[in-house]
Design a protein around this ligand. Sequence first.
Ligand code: SF4
Length: 107
Amino acid sequence: MSSNLLDRRTFLTRAALLGGVAAGASLLAACGKGGGSLQCTDTAGLKPDEAATRTNLNYVDASTDPAKACNGCSLFVAGPEGACGSCPIVKGPINPNGACASWVKKA
Ligand code: SF4
């Protein structure tokens, strides 16, 4: 085996590994996970009335009052670790640190 072939094989192996890492990072970013702050703002799949309810209840992705964030609301349904959760009255992805006008203290 020539050293030229070995260098080529090493290069291809490293390129494949880097490609896998890049693909994984893209997937995490697409589902709202990953290094940065969690974003639960993709409402593209909502029906117009669901989107309107989200707006009318003043849902925000980051509560101005951490004591009244979604993760402390009795209606919040947590998602997997580091992912958006859900809510029975505000459809779409719900940020654990978000809030809306219908916040009810978790018992
Ligand atoms: S009711 Fe409002 S505050 Fe409570 S989980 Fe749903 S969106 Fe968050």
